[in-house]
Design a protein around this ligand. Structure first.
Ligand SMILES: [Zn+2]
Length: 280
């Protein structure tokens, strides 16, 4: 899933493509993609795109007549629509502009979970049901607030970093790389982190998000996650870029935790949930 860096770089691309354009029509292509019924799409027609914003892993298109909140989920993409075919492959929704160009929201895969929400202009989207569960954007909190959120929500660090209601914008790749950058175990208990650990974590969140934003700005679109640079994410068996130790992995059904034992766990090998019961 695109994380905060990918989404922000993509918002910049969308801004460059469409700011100042007048919306001719917004048309949901799949029945369930538009999650709101009021205001109706027509309220945005004939009005101009003012800005493109982000919040966590969401994109926001602010037209004079309405704001569109877009969540790409895992396989969703929002791109200039060159073909504008009647039945676009994986098509979910289309914004057609008065100058003849268009943006198409597509979603690959079986789980159609990408969504679009519409709000009247000027709505504080953070107060809406779509976004009010979200914690602050991960790189918008100071060290003190971070320390508080860590001790108030006691859990393993890797899971904590990905919990959007605590802090928003971090997914599996950033969680792996942030733990490595901060030299913290992905399984560290968040309430037991001392002030030095919190300081390193705060720095690591910024370092990793900034690096990801820099990379994404050089791409022409959101690239497949395997193509994104990473220190440890998806690098099981490779050498740690910091110390040369072998990067290890704990596998779960839907994702894996990657880490360097030398850098992050004082050499301790973390139990692999899927196999450790057979080793006892
Ligand atoms: Zn290492």
């Amino acid at each position: 899933m695109p994380e905060i860096g990918e989404i922000r770089a993509h918002a910049e691309r969308m801004a460059e493509f469409a700011i100042g354009k007048e919306l001719k029509t917004f048309r949901p292509i799949s029945f369930h993609v538009l999650k709101t019924f009021d205001p109706p799409p027509e309220t945005a027609h004939g009005t101009t795109l003012q800005s493109v914003d982000t919040r966590g892993k969401y994109l926001i298109l602010h037209f004079e007549g309405a704001s569109f909140l877009v969540h790409l989920m895992q396989g969703g993409r929002l791109k200039p629509d060159e073909k504008q075919s009647a039945k676009p492959r994986n098509g979910q929704a289309r914004w057609t502009f008065a100058d003849g160009t268009a943006l198409l929201l597509t979603e690959a895969g079986h789980d159609k979970r990408a969504g679009v929400w519409m709000f009247p202009p000027g709505t504080d989207l953070n107060t809406t049901e779509a976004l009010d569960y979200l914690g602050p954007d991960a790189d918008q909190i100071d060290e003190e607030a971070l320390a508080e959120l860590l001790s108030d929500n006691s859990m393993r660090l890797h899971g904590w970093l990905r919990r959007q209601r605590i802090i928003a914008g971090i997914g599996r790749r950033l969680a792996n790389d942030i733990c490595h950058e901060a030299k913290l175990s992905p399984f560290a208990s968040t309430k037991k982190l001392d002030s030095d650990a919190v300081h390193r974590l705060h720095e690591a969140i910024h370092t990793c998000i900034d690096a990801s934003l820099r990379f994404e700005r050089e791409q022409s679109e959101i690239v497949a996650s395997a193509k994104r640079p990473s220190a440890v994410h998806n690098r099981k068996g490779e050498a740690c870029p910091r110390c040369g130790d072998t990067i290890r992995e704990v596998t779960y059904t839907k994702y894996q935790v990657n880490y360097c034992a030398t850098c992050q766990t004082d050499g301790k090998i973390l139990a692999d949930n899927t196999t450790s019961k057979f080793l006892k």
